[in-house]
Write a protein that binds this ligand. Structure first.
Ligand SMILES: [Zn+2]
Length: 272
């Protein structure tokens, strides 16, 4: 019997606490917008086109694993929870979006007038970025006190064709471990075993997406916290054009593979 506790005490996130050594973070699924921020979005940005759509529904099996799940409530246009708090670039020299994006992934402006000021960005950081990270670090510490090792899975998805960000069509499954720094090699081998064993989905480890701030910051193998980011091409489970509909048939095909990967991750953590 797994006991769960749902925590909605802070409007920046929803948290479900489990007792297994597995935390799943979904920093880009939020579609919430404070009214003053919503009023400043361009029509293109107002569709929230760069959202990591439907991940809680796709990953609907996490409860059965006893995972702790933290889900952002606000849009990434309010503030990007997977960027460092000082706004430094994740991929120096390459096109990427910042702590408060000024352009969509397609290069269209996010804001109708001037971009948010440094003061406004600092306010958003304290109001929306900080609580998510305080909760995430608190959950990792809680579970780490119960288990010798804990896996953090940072779940993402993105449109599969974005010429500004990458060439051609993105591979289906893009695993990132900060080029090996964020987790034990044995863990990523365990997670990739079911991926190796199938031929339907293309995949890559530490290619274009190596893991964002969450993976790089919290993945501390020496301290028993092992982080993996999975960036998925949205075409493998949904319609990438507005209104961004969930595809139940595609999802049903993909879900068992995700479940196998997460199951392997949990087995590895429990073995420690
Ligand atoms: Zn994302």
């Amino acid at each position: 019997m797994i006991a769960f506790e749902r925590d909605t005490s802070d409007p920046a996130f929803e948290l479900i606490r489990g007792d297994a050594p597995l935390v799943v973070s979904m920093p880009h699924v939020g579609t919430g917008l404070p009214a003053d921020i919503a009023a400043r979005l361009t029509p293109e940005a107002a569709t929230l086109v760069d959202t990591d759509w439907h991940l809680p529904r796709l990953y609907d099996f996490l409860g059965s694993l006893g995972a702790t799940v933290i889900v952002a409530t606000q849009s990434r246009y309010v503030i990007d929870l997977n960027r460092p708090p000082d706004g430094s670039s994740l991929y120096p020299g390459m096109t990427t979006t910042g702590l408060v994006p000024t352009e969509t992934f397609r290069g269209e402006p996010v804001w109708v007038d001037a971009s948010p000021t440094d003061t406004q960005i600092a306010e958003r950081r304290e109001r929306w970025w900080r609580p998510y990270h305080d909760a995430l670090s608190g959950e990792l510490a809680r579970l780490r006190a119960q288990h010798p090792r804990v896996v953090l899975w940072d779940a993402h998805s993105i449109a599969s064709v974005l010429p500004r960000l990458f060439e051609g069509r993105l591979l289906d499954l893009n695993f990132g471990t900060a080029s090996g720094a964020a987790c034990d090699l044995e863990l990523i081998h365990a997670v990739l075993a079911p991926v190796w064993a199938q031929r339907h989905y293309s995949w890559m480890l530490n290619g274009r997406f190596k893991g964002g701030h969450i993976t790089r910051h919290y993945g501390r193998p020496g301290d028993g916290v092992h982080a993996i980011q999975l960036e998925m091409a949205q075409a493998i489970y949904m319609d990438e054009s507005a209104p961004f509909a969930f595809d139940a048939a595609l999802s049903a095909r993909l879900r068992p593979l995700l479940q196998a990967c997460l199951g392997r991750a949990l087995d590895w953590a429990l073995k420690g």
